[in-house]
Design a protein around this ligand. Structure first.
Ligand code: SF4
Length: 263
């Protein structure tokens, strides 16, 4: 059974579900309307995946501090990790797997805080389905894209709902720019651990071969922050939006600003 059918089955059976909403959501949904719609669909709790991204950041920073001679390639991008495993197996040891991806870190938090709930990750990424099923089957995360969620909303007849009082059950502000390229480096404090010339930030499939070649040739690069989709997860295949990259970035930063504004 695929993840969409599984999600529909769980909702139909009124299973206890916890939604984990990826930080690119403001490109396609407004807040808090999306939380209210997910609750109307039957989700018991809705978590912002920025919570897990904060944990990812802490783990990346700890890795760099504990291993001053080591070199790492970031591993939250499921599409990039699969590309490395297939085409660059010699670089697999550099992947910073000791740091969980934001989805995995959030699922661990969800499993602990809501032990009787099934976690459902909602995001822009198709490769996250493989990260869940192949790499972390024990966490049993159901993964659906925004595009697929729209179909699920339609199927259950959930349009706009009254969002009065709706809010994330767990949220984190510091990592809201995570889905933009360089989001990990900017929010994790990597720049206070390493020198600028030791860091590279790269996104886009077409830029990956040159970036990996440079990483292999230049041992002075200690951290490669890399995402498969050009511009980052804001350009993931599960997003249906006519907006160009700059407008998508603005959606993210506007959302972050609105959450910080006095209410
Ligand atoms: S950059 Fe693309 S492939 Fe990588 S995690 Fe984000 S949406 Fe998925």
């Amino acid at each position: 059974m695929n993840d969409v059918d599984r999600c529909i089955e769980l909702i139909t059976n009124k299973a206890k579900l916890v939604a984990m909403l990826a930080p690119s959501f403001p490109i396609v949904y407004s807040y808090p309307q999306i939380v209210a719609r997910l609750k109307a669909l039957g989700f018991a709790a809705v978590l912002e995946v920025t919570v897990g991204a904060k944990k990812t950041n802490e783990e990346v920073a700890a890795l760099l501090k504990a291993n001053p001679q080591s070199r790492f390639i970031s591993s939250p991008c499921a599409g990039f990790v699969r590309l490395v495993r297939k085409n660059y197996p010699q670089l697999v040891p550099f992947l910073a797997f000791k740091a969980d991806s934001p989805m995995i870190a959030t699922a661990r938090i969800a499993r602990e805080k809501y032990p009787d709930c099934q976690p459902v990750f909602i995001g822009p990424c198709l490769a996250k389905k493989l990260e869940s099923s192949e790499d972390y089957p024990d966490l049993q995360i159901v993964v659906v894209t925004y595009k697929e969620l729209d179909g699920i909303f339609q199927r259950f007849g959930i349009g706009d709902v009254d969002a009065t009082g709706a809010a994330f059950d767990l949220a984190e502000d510091s990592t809201r720019i995570y889905p933009m390229d360089g989001g990990l480096t900017v929010t994790s404090g990597v720049r206070s651990i390493l020198k600028e010339e030791e860091i590279r930030i790269v996104s886009g499939a077409k830029n990956i071969p040159a970036a990996l070649e440079e990483f292999q040739k230049n041992p002075a690069i200690r951290f490669l922050d890399i995402l498969f989709c050009e511009g980052g997860c804001i350009n993931g295949p599960g997003i249906v939006s006519p907006l160009p990259l700059e407008a998508r970035k603005k959606k993210i930063t506007d959302y972050q600003a609105s959450m910080n504004a006095p209410h």
